[in-house]
Design a protein around this ligand. Structure first.
Ligand SMILES: *Cc1c(COP(=O)(O)O)cnc(C)c1O
Length: 471
């Protein structure tokens, strides 16, 4: 497909500007460009077709199955969008006074209340704009807590299991902590002996996601948080993906002190491609004084870590989350989690004969296959199988993550998929396993049906060309 610049022909513009209705004020000489800006010039119909063609090349949850593990690409009900588009929400200005924004404040208050209930936390901030931002905020709370006790200089380490999402060690480092990696045990959970050995007087806290990125619920969770507390550290729950446990288990009841949620995953806002997110941070009452200023504009105490984002965070994402919470209700949320777990286990059972499961137990919302053997036998890698799925009308699962599994494919089907969709995906995967054994080389040449085939992924990541250079 041609770039819009390549379709441009001089003089074929389609701009229709309204009459200027304010006095003209020339820009200062030094700020004016010497030559006119080289904007593409195409007629309106070509412009329309160009973006329509581009839109057709985008793959989203509305196009088909999207089992991208750890990302919770669930269907986001349309009513959320309708509510977030109400003019009372879209037209509000963050500097408006409290009297004229009572409705919006009520949205923030009720969402906070419900999410505290779901997580067993006592207070929450809606400011963080994403999961990683929430992690950073939560770690600052932990830091402020230790500093207030005169322990700040001593407690310099954050323990992170080796199965953790990559943002965990990154956030800990950003918050000025040293990261200590805790190995997993044979079952895919935290190795308790290694944790006991690592926890000590220099431990500021532990960051953990449970179920972890292998999709496994750690049965030792109470012992894990006890060990960290006994060492004087705090326990941080990465709740980016709460999809397996809503109404089943609550981080606060597992012994966690701080948690972040990704509203753009579990609580139903379209994401991927960098759209607006929201990573609220909840904490137990003893940490509440350190939170950024309350969403409701209450005066921030002197112990607060301060604002982490302007105003109230990504407010319209919160509107979607509240709509989702209200339409599902407590029982609906629990049913969503149960179906997410059921769907993941169903798909895992259909695939496990052809592709070994990395740590085989009943999984939660996701599971991880390993194609290490397949690659040794046939030369077909996890990447090849993922590319093969592109020709079969589905988005591939997450590849090569978590890092502790070789040739990993991580599936998270989510609760919103039908059995027929899961079966179609399983059939495609089984067909690819068969092709791998019969004619492995064929899979090095896929995809064939997409706009572009194999790209130079290293080149694309290391030296991306993001600008059009007009000669
Ligand atoms: C997605 C995810 C994150 C990061 O969230 P962002 O909004 O992408 O910053 C952190 N932890 C886990 C377990 C996740 O799945």
């Amino acid at each position: 497909m041609k770039l819009i610049f390549e379709k441009s022909v001089c003089g074929r513009g389609s701009a229709l500007l309204p009459q200027n209705d304010v006095p003209e004020t020339p820009l200062p000489e030094g700020l004016r460009r010497g030559e006119p800006l080289e904007l593409p010039e195409v007629p309106e119909v070509e412009l329309d077709r160009h973006y329509t063609q581009l839109a057709h090349q985008v793959y989203g949850v509305s196009s088909g199955f999207y089992p991208l593990g750890s990302c919770t690409m669930k269907y986001n009900p349309r009513i959320n969008e309708e509510m977030a588009a109400l003019p009372g929400f879209t037209g509000v200005h963050p500097l408006q006074d409290a009297e004229s924004t009572q409705g919006c404040r009520e949205v923030l208050r009720r969402t906070e209340e419900m999410l505290c209930e779901v997580t067993a936390m006592d207070a929450m901030t809606m400011q963080p704009a994403a999961g990683a931002h929430g992690e950073f905020t939560g770690l600052l709370l932990i830091k402020a807590y230790h500093a207030a006790r005169g322990d700040g200089a001593l407690r310099t380490k954050i323990l992170v299991p080796d199965s953790a999402h990559g943002t965990n060690p990154a956030s800990a480092a950003m918050a000025g902590y040293q990261v200590v990696s805790v190995p997993s045990n044979a079952r895919g959970g935290v190795d308790l002996d290694a944790l006991r050995a690592a926890a000590g007087a220099d431990t500021a806290g532990l960051m953990l996601t449970n179920p972890n990125t292998l999709g496994l619920f750690d049965p030792n969770i109470l012992e894990i948080t006890r060990i960290v507390h006994e060492a004087g550290g705090l326990a941080y729950y990465d709740g980016a993906n709460l999809n397996a446990v809503m109404g089943e288990a609550r981080p606060g009841d597992m012994g966690f002190d701080v948690v972040h949620l990704n509203l753009h995953k579990t609580f139903s806002t379209p994401h991927g491609g960098g759209g607006p997110g929201s990573g609220p941070v909840g904490c137990k009452a003893f940490l509440a004084a350190y939170l950024p200023a309350s969403a409701l504009g209450e005066v921030q105490g002197h112990q607060s870590i301060g604002q982490v984002r302007a105003f109230y965070g990504n407010f319209l994402v919160v509107v979607r989350a509240l709509t989702y919470l209200l339409t599902l209700g407590g029982e609906g949320l629990n049913e969503a989690s149960r179906n997410a777990v059921l769907n993941a286990n169903y798909l895992m059972h259909r695939l496990k004969e052809a592709y070994p499961v990395a740590y085989e137990h009943t999984c939660m919302h996701e599971f991880v296959l390993t194609l290490e053997e397949l690659k040794k036998e046939t030369g077909v890698s996890a990447l090849d199988v993922a590319k093969g799925l592109l020709d079969r009308d589905m988005h591939p699962p997450t590849m090569y993550f978590p890092l502790i599994v070789h040739e990993a494919l991580m599936f998270e089907p989510t609760e919103t998929e039908t059995r027929e969709t899961l079966d179609a995906a399983a059939d495609s995967m089984l067909e690819l396993a068969k092709i791998a054994r019969e004619d492995g080389d064929a899979l090095h040449r896929v995809p064939q049906r997409t706009a572009i085939g194999r790209v130079d992924e290293v080149g694309a990541a290391r030296s991306p060309v993001l600008r059009w250079n007009a000669q």
